[in-house]
Design a protein around this ligand. Structure first.
Ligand code: CP
Length: 357
């Protein structure tokens, strides 16, 4: 991989850089005119292999508001992808036309794979059910702006905790700030994966919003990810299980804020929208400022390379192959297999599936 400032996983940047992005996002929000020509002459390529409203348009709006230009597609069937062009060839080509690229793709590890050969920095705008780091930065800016801190918060997360990539990244990030605790509200089938909960110090689970809402600072609602279920029948079993409505909001404190990455289906009743504690549309708006900050920092500043966490060691393939059939490694055989080895467990660097070795 070239030494470019890619953002694939939030951990590609250190915590101090997350804070830098959030602080710059807030500065831009306060004085947007100062930054309106900061990216004049720069081009952002947006490659959306999967549908998006907020991420795609907030990135495009961010670049336009910084004085730059945009190219790209939001429908790969209108590009040479339709003729069978590989991910590698498309992203390599577009990176030659762009100063920075933003990519969403349905397959875990695909943005990391694209970064291996890209000639410009690339930002992960969501890779399957895996990661969505700029949503997490959006959520962190929203929390910081609205709560005044990223520490000492009790955060309830409700809905599809198994497939919801936004909440996986959010929990990982907020656990790096002191004093945060988590309440995971879900059905048995859609619980938070063990690899997310295992490193956490303070967390609990519940199957009821009513039972826990009164003690929360933040309630983060999520959509049941229909597109990730094997069948309609499996999805229907989970749909409509958790709906936040005005009755439930009566049990919440005055300081609660309700967040949602959107799009929502029916998990938040529209009657809640007029409640001043409902922050989700503001959250989507804040996403544009955090992406403006991210573009500026990636294009202008030197981000120091990631530091591996204590106790981890990086390895080559060592004969290990990823077994996740939804991993990009199964679809792009030219890619090198790469793992983080820790305590007898190998974690795929593309999709984070784990295997004992
Ligand atoms: N929150 C989010 O990623 O929304 P979009 O899918 O509309 O981009």
């Amino acid at each position: 991989m070239k030494n470019l400032n890619h953002l694939i996983d939030l951990n590609d940047f250190g915590k101090s850089q997350w804070d830098e992005i959030i602080n710059l996002g807030e500065k831009i929000m306060d004085n947007p005119h100062i930054y309106e020509a900061s990216c004049r002459g720069k081009i952002m390529g947006t490659l959306f292999y999967e549908p998006s409203t907020r991420t795609q348009m907030s990135f495009q709006s961010a670049m336009l508001r910084l004085g730059g230009g945009i190219i790209g597609f939001d429908n790969p069937t209108a590009s040479s992808v339709m003729k069978g062009e590989s991910l590698k060839d498309t992203t390599k080509t577009v990176s030659g036309y762009s100063d920075i690229m933003v990519m969403r793709h349905p397959v875990a590890g695909s943005v990391k794979a694209a970064a291996l050969t890209a000639d410009c920095p690339i930002i992960n705008a969501g890779d399957g059910g895996h990661l969505h780091p700029t949503q997490t930065l959006t959520d962190m800016l929203t929390l910081h702006k609205e709560k005044g801190r990223l520490t000492g918060l009790k955060i309830g997360i409700c809905g599809d905790l198994k497939y919801g990539r936004t909440v996986h990244s959010l929990v990982k990030a907020l656990s790096c700030y002191e004093g945060n605790s988590f309440v995971f509200i879900s059905t048995e089938e859609l619980q938070m994966p063990e690899y997310i909960t295992a490193p956490l110090e303070k967390w609990s689970k519940s199957d009821s919003i009513d039972e826990v809402i009164g003690g929360l600072d933040v309630l983060y609602m999520t959509r049941i990810q229909k597109e990730r279920f094997a069948s309609e029948a499996e999805y229907e079993k989970q749909a409509s299980r958790y709906i936040l409505d005005a009755e439930k909001m009566k049990k919440a404190g005055d300081d609660l804020i309700v967040m949602h990455p959107l799009p929502r289906l029916n998990e938040i009743d529209v009657a809640v929208d007029s409640d001043p504690r409902a922050l989700y549309f503001k959250q989507a708006h804040y996403g544009m400022y955090v992406r403006m900050a991210l573009i500026l920092i990636i294009l202008n500043y030197n981000i120091t390379p990631p530091v591996l966490l204590k106790g981890e060691a990086q390895d080559g393939d060592g004969g290990i192959k990823c077994k996740n059939e939804n991993c990009i490694l199964q679809k792009e055989p030219h890619l090198p297999h790469s793992f983080i080895i820790k305590g007898g467990v190998a974690t795929c660097e593309y999709c984070e599936s784990r295997q004992c070795i």
